[in-house]
Structure formats: C-alpha cells, structure tokens
Design a binder for this molecule. Sequence first.
Ligand code: HEM
Length: 363
Amino acid sequence: MFSKYLSTALISLATLRSVHGASTPKRRATCAGGQSVQNEACCVWFPVLEDILPNMFDNECGDDAHGALRLAFHDAIGFSPSKGGGGADGSIIVFNNTELTFPANSGLDDPINVEVPFIQAHNVTPGDFIQFAAAVSLSLCPGAPKAGFMMGRPLPVAPAPGPDGLIPEPFDNVQVILARMADAGGFTPTDVVALLASHSVAGADTVDPTIPGTPFDSTPELFDTQLFIEVQLRGTQFPGRDPGQGEVLSAVAGEMRLQSDHLIARDSATSCAWQSFAGNQAAMQSAFAKAFNKLAIIGHNPANLIDCSDVIPGAPPLPASMAPHLPAGQTQKNIEQACAASPFPTFTAQPGPATTVPAIPQS
Ligand code: HEM
C-alpha cells in the first residue's frame, strides 16, 4: 500500500496534465515522433505508449496486461448515481489507502505498484493512465478489438464509496451483478456478458491464494471466445485443494471457474448472449469494444474529454491455428445447454490427452 506522501506526489504531478477538452484546440496534428493524430493534445501519449509496452508489459499479454485490465474495471465501476464515487477517476490509486481495504479489490496492489512509477514518470492523471494502460494492454492480446481512449480525467476528489456493494463479487448472484452494472453505467445484460470477454485474458490470484495465476480459460494469452465455450462445459474439478469463495467446479484441469461466470452463462437473462459469443470472435469483439469504451468514461461527461483513440495500437489477430474448439478430452455432450432459443454451436475437441492448463507466470 502507498504512503500519504506518494498520493500527494501523484496529485501535484498530475495537475500539470489534467487537460480538458473544452479548452484544448482541436486540429489534426503531427506529433514529434511523426505520428498523425486528430488532436495535438494526444501527442503526449506516444512517449507513454513507447515506454509502457516494453517496460511495463514486457510486450506480452501476460500477468501485467491482465492486471491493468482488471484495475481499469475496478476504478471505473466505483460509481453510483445514488451513492456517489467518481467512476474512472484514478481514485483507486490516489485513495488506495481506503479502496484497497475493500475486499473486492483484493490483489490490485500488484497492478497499482506496477503503474505508479509510470504515472509519476509521465506526469499524467492516474484516471487517464489507468484507462490508457488498459487500452494498451488489450493491444498486446491477440484477438482483442482496438479499444478507444479518451483523455482529460481530472484528479479524483474522494474515494469510491465502500467497502461493500459497488464492485461485483464472484459470489454475487446474477440479478445483483446485472443491477449493479445497470446502475453504474447503464450496461444491459448483453453488455455485461460482452465485458466478461475480459476473463478470456485473466486468472485469479486471490480466490484461492494457494494457486496464484490460475487461468479462467485454456488460452489466457489470447482474447478469444474459449471462455464462452469452456464455462458452458459441465464442471468436474477444482484446480486447488479447496474451492475459494465464489469458485465453482471447472471442466478443465488447471482452470478456475468463477461462480458469477458460471451463473451468467446459465441464467435466462444472459445465457443466449453468452452463447452468441461462443465461437463468434467478430460479434464478441464489437460488443466488448462498445461496452468497454463506455466503462472507461463512467463518471465523466464525454464533452469534457478528448478522443485520443488514434494513439492506441490494434492487437494482432488470433493465430490461424487457434480456431474455437473444445479442449482435448471434452465432447459436445458435456455442454450444458442453457439458452432456450437455439442450440449451442458445435465445436470439435482438440486431439490428444485431456487438456491441463498451466498457471499464468506471475510477474
Ligand atoms: C461483472 C462481474 C465480474 C466479477 C464478479 C469479476 C470477478 C473477478 C475475480 C474474482 C477475479 C480474480 C481476482 C483474483 O483473485 O486475482 C477477476 C479477474 C479479472 N477480471 Fe473480473 N470480474 C467481473 C467483471 C470484469 C470486467 C467487466 C472486467 C474488465 C472489463 C474484468 C477483468 C478481469 C481481469 C482482466 C482479471 C484478471 C486479473 C489478473 O489476471 O491479474 N472483470 N475478476
């Protein structure tokens, strides 16, 4: 956790680059590195990009990229029209002494520790940096859509309300999660399912702390639709000795299934949306990008922000060898059909002995 000194230092440094759309000229510009952007205010982000790709993320869709994506969600979702909070405002960093005590934020000290030195070095607001880093992290995950990025979030004025309630937990039921997401950002049930595509590049460190880095699907380095296929399979095992709170049986050795993902895949409000993304990379990409761009500006008036999406690189496509599939050892019969409107799409199992997924290497 951070000292008061660090939070104060972040506040004073970041004041310099708390840019607001309304006061910044809008014209196409060429940045010092030769890049062309819609708005010259966006040029400050190229040095940040060139620094964090190799030095923060090691140019890979690994633990730090996953952590940056989760951090962006937990900062943004801390908002409610009735309870307050600033949304995507960087409060999770500036007021980390408060927000990291919320149980739902367990484990986020890691990505915060990783990000703070880069925020200080580049003198940008924590709210902007968190969302920028998440958008850039996606560009490292093959198969991810290109996320947008808006700059201009001012410094946060207060911590998000807590400790319980605003951040979904894996042991919350579907109605609670859908209501929370609707309240925070007007997300529809389909938006929520689309946002969970992020769990295709993810794992858990704290649900079962004895097995850190346990992935949620068999391809945590790819932003693919395997999560939507694998969570629909009948669960048979836990990756650790005892299940953690909010964990249910998973179908694949070495893989963890969150109860929330499991229930959302099977609830009548969400199961058809869940099924619609299984094997449909294009539909999943476009629904995720739309919902994620909305998430990134919770708590802000877009008219006060500058669109710097042209700074964000696109991700490589999925490798041709990674078509949607059942993990080895599975059959279509193990799919637990939930959507009443149409059958789950058919997939072929990979050949060979039953898949065992290795843990995600920890940074
Ligand atoms: C809405 C319901 C959601 C619930 C209940 C939920 C819950 C969780 C839990 C329990 C973990 C494991 C944390 C740990 O033990 O380390 C996790 C990881 C993660 N979540 Fe979610 N999540 C939700 C939505 C989202 C959304 C909307 C995003 C992003 C847009 C997201 C991104 C991630 C990522 C990237 C990780 C992996 C972090 C890492 O590997 O370090 N989640 N989530």
